[in-house]
Design a protein around this ligand. Structure first.
Ligand SMILES: [Fe+2]
Length: 183
């Protein structure tokens, strides 16, 4: 199951908005504002068997999603190519594992990570983060009982997602998803 399905061609920057390309701060403000919409958050269907999502209209032509995470679900390691983004937990709690390292964009299948590049943060309801280009992470709901719900926004809309497996310090590129793969 893809975390980020269906980027529609119509999601590109709309006429007139090119002068206000959304920044990381804009995206974080958007996910914070959206997560405070209790009615919207409550409208997301939840499924104990897998993640659920609803596409939202992000600011300035950004790609935005409301995502439901059943207990024990996660994304696996991935990146967001050239897009910057932000996400924020609306309810429940999420864990993010990320890498404080810039990965080469092409020409490799495995990398051995050096010590000290792993980062971890816990995002309880109302907590979020923004990230820059080439951010590599995995997001998890480690709860055994409770769903989590989060709001995400990316700009530009995701052109691809590279997916990795991780074994200790070894990161292996498994495949690259492009919008046509999840439409
Ligand atoms: Fe992500």
């Amino acid at each position: 199951m893809s975390v980020f399905p269906a980027v529609s061609p119509g999601s590109a920057v709309s006429p007139g908005s090119a002068a206000s390309v959304p920044t990381q701060a804009d995206l974080l403000a958007f996910v914070r504002h959206t997560a405070a919409d209790a009615e919207l958050i409550a409208s997301l269907p939840l499924d104990p068997e897998g993640r659920t999502w609803v596409r939202l209209e992000g600011p300035g032509g950004s790609e935005a999603w409301l995502i439901g995470w059943p207990p024990g679900s996660g994304t696996g390691w991935h990146d967001h190519a050239e897009s910057v983004g932000a996400f924020l937990t609306a309810s429940g709690e999420l864990k993010e594992h990320s890498l404080a390292a810039r990965l080469p964009s092409d020409g490799w299948k495995t990398l051995e990570l050096s010590e000290g590049v792993d980062r971890e943060r816990r995002l309880t309801a109302g907590e979020g983060r923004a990230f820059g280009r080439h951010h590599v992470h995995e997001v998890l709901n480690e709860s055994t009982e409770h769903h989590a719900i989060s709001v995400h926004a990316y700009y530009p809309p995701l052109p691809q997602i590279r997916r990795y497996s991780r074994s200790g310090p070894i990161l292996r590129l498994e495949h690259v998803e492009r919008p046509e793969d999840w439409q």
